[in-house]
Design a binder for this molecule. Structure first.
Ligand code: NAD
Length: 246
């Protein structure tokens, strides 16, 4: 990867987002990591990056606020002069069967997982088109491909990202900008913390590779899509799932 590239990573201080931030920073990219809460953890990430000689800045923002998304993008463009990569990683789940799911359970997930990506894309798209260069990666999920009991809102939001990715990829293909989705399987982060051990054991038993994924393994897929060598990959969904869905 060439020097002085700049990446925006939403939810970039924890879990998969943190792994993406550190992998990109290690490769010489300046990473602007958005975080919703826990400024102390965010500052620790900046310190960790600095102690390795890497460049990370952190920015408090809520992806479900269009104003925050514009502020985040503009702050970074002003400070760094450019944005080369957008990684839409922030996501939430509010799990209940449809019979128990409230209207707010539905909308809260859509606001973050779908609208949040759209708002961030809107915040950088003109900048990328002007520069005739950019890479956008949306973090979807295997659940968007398979569905899951108790996750109709989450599954719908993550399938929605496939439609967003493919439509935007077509709109921007002639402008030097690629748009792809990464669909992780079950990755060991806080998001799985509430899943009971016996359920996790059952999931692992179905994964051909025989274990949960590591956040770094998702980060590597993202970093590869950002490479100049990936210019011909657009509108794709890259599974990182240990063979769980094939
Ligand atoms: P996580 O809960 O550790 O991270 C989610 C991140 O999103 C956090 O940093 C959180 O602060 C941020 N976030 C949530 N709401 C936000 C908002 N309104 N504004 C800004 N940031 C917000 O979980 P994770 O596993 O690291 O998840 C990262 C992404 O990967 C999510 O989109 C998730 O859906 C997806 N994913 C995770 C798994 C898994 O098994 N862990 C599998 C497939 C997909």
């Amino acid at each position: 990867m060439s020097e002085a590239k700049v990446a925006l990573v939403t939810g970039g201080t924890r879990g998969i987002g943190r792994a993406i931030t550190l992998d990109l920073a290690e490769s010489g990219v300046h990473v602007a990591a958005g975080y919703l809460s826990n400024g102390d953890a965010a500052q620790k990430l900046v310190d960790e990056a600095r102690s390795n000689g890497w460049s990370v800045s952190v920015h408090q923002m809520d992806v479900s606020s269009p104003e925050d998304c514009v502020r985040f993008a503009n702050e970074v463009i002003e400070a760094q002069g450019q944005v080369d990569y957008l990684i839409n990683n922030a996501g939430i789940n509010v799990d209940r069967t449809v019979r128990r799911m409230t209207i707010d359970d539905w909308h809260s997930v859509m606001r973050v997982n779908v609208s949040g990506c759209f708002y961030m894309i809107k915040a950088v798209i003109e900048h990328m088109v002007e520069r005739k260069s950019g890479r956008i990666v949306n973090i979807s999920s295997i659940i968007g491909q398979t569905g899951n009991v108790g996750q109709a809102n989450y599954a719908t939001s993550k399938s929605g990202l496939f439609g967003l990715t493919m439509s935007l990829a077509q709109e921007l293909a002639g402008k030097g900008i690629t748009v792809n989705a990464v669909a992780p399987g079950f990755i060991s982060t806080d998001m799985l913390a509430s899943v009971p051990q016996n359920v996790l054991d059952g999931i692992v038993a179905r994964i051909p590779v025989g274990r949960l994924g590591h956040p770094d393994e998702v980060a590597y897929a993202v970093t590869n899509l950002l490479s100049d060598r990936a210019a011909y990959i657009t509108g794709a969904v890259i599974p990182v799932n240990g063979g769980l869905d094939m």
